[in-house]
Design a protein around this ligand. Structure first.
Ligand SMILES: [Zn+2]
Length: 66
């Protein structure tokens, strides 16, 4: 019975990483790459456009409807 483990690319350095329980830092190839990616998130390198509204949006819309 053969079971081939999926291989993913390290999001940080694109190194192929075999997805097994032994790959502690998967999908990263190493702890270093994991920390780099987390740091990138922290510094908003991966900023996600969220549902955040301009502070004045609610006020102005209420005024407008009244
Ligand atoms: Zn890596």
């Amino acid at each position: 019975m053969t079971q081939s483990a999926p291989i993913v690319k390290c999001p940080t350095c694109q190194t192929p990483v075999v997805w097994t329980t032994e790959s502690t830092f998967r999908p990263f190839c190493s702890e270093r790459c994991k920390l780099i990616d987390l740091g990138a998130w922290a510094s908003e390198d991966h900023a996600i456009p969220g549902p955040e509204l301009p502070p004045s949006a609610n006020e102005s819309s209420e005024d407008w409807q009244d």
